[in-house]
Design a protein around this ligand. Sequence first.
Ligand SMILES: [Zn+2]
Length: 379
Amino acid sequence: MAKRIRDFVVGGFLITVLMLGGCASEWDVSLEGPAGEEIRLSHGTWKAYADFAGERGFPLEKVLYGHGYQVIETLQITDRDGEELTYAWADTAGGTWLEEDGTLVVHDRVIHPRAIAVEQSPWVSRIEASITDIAPSAASALGIPAPEIAAGRSLTDQTAYQVLLLFLDGFGYLRYEEALEAGLIPELAQLDPPLVGVTTYPPITTVSTASLLTGAKPPVHGVDKRGIRKTDHETLLEVARQAGLRVSAVEGEALAFQLKGADFQLSGDRDGDGGTDDNVLAHALSVLERGMPDLFLVHFHGIDDLGHEVGPGAPLEGEKIREVDQAVGRILSMMPPDTLVVIFADHGMHRVEGQERSGNHGHLIERDMLIPIWITYLD
Ligand SMILES: [Zn+2]
């Protein structure tokens, strides 16, 4: 039965006509949960996520993440006629929308689902850490409380006099593995291998930064879609500041996310060479020459910028990875003893074909969700 609703205005009255019976509030789709449990999706589900709906409905991923899925490999849909449709999520995620009447639009094909089954990526069983663990780790090393909404766990028992957070924007775990293999990251390669980490959904800078700084997931910190650049919840930077610690941050051209609690500098592209990472490095080194802050956040944007522009794996993006690796080496060489260093990405990047930009991120797929997290104690 089609359940699409059409509205007609007749003689000044709005009359809602149900095509072929049924009603938008009645649909029911079965979803198999990550632990095999049965979840019923209904119009109530739609309403719970309605804030995220655009003209085309909202991404099905939003509901899948809400039910515990982290990295998806395939989606199998059984439609109401019993036909089974299987999609590789890496090809499908960006084009799958759940509409208010319970239909799924998959790359412009309208499907009336009866049941949805999800296969997660085999990587899920290898995940060792989350971006939400970074704030609790830094806090525990510094001997200060974790931010009040933090749900992550500390990844270290080590106490440290200072903590350095090196933020490598867009450098996902799979790209890290390729870069290691290609010999692009000799400095990072000297450290103990990173943990296989996972970021939060949607994997975009603002949302991930909120998860980084609060140690919480998006439904809790409230930064859960594009366009929100601050959280009202307490962050690691504020906790450290309140504890009387010296907190500094060095950013690129613009403040991607509010850094309340930190003294920060925007680096910009002062030399006009088209990139900000050289300026970020120069600023970071000048801060370090004056003395390592107790908590120091340095954000390199270039790998993300080039990834969007030329695509991950393109020669120019590889050169940028090499440049950022050298910058990491320069900064690490200036670290005083008794420093905990956490190096991480906020999300990864996947190639896109036939669009203006060659790379993007934002989906529950391996390339976007998996991130490397290095934890190193320098004594
Ligand atoms: Zn980012």
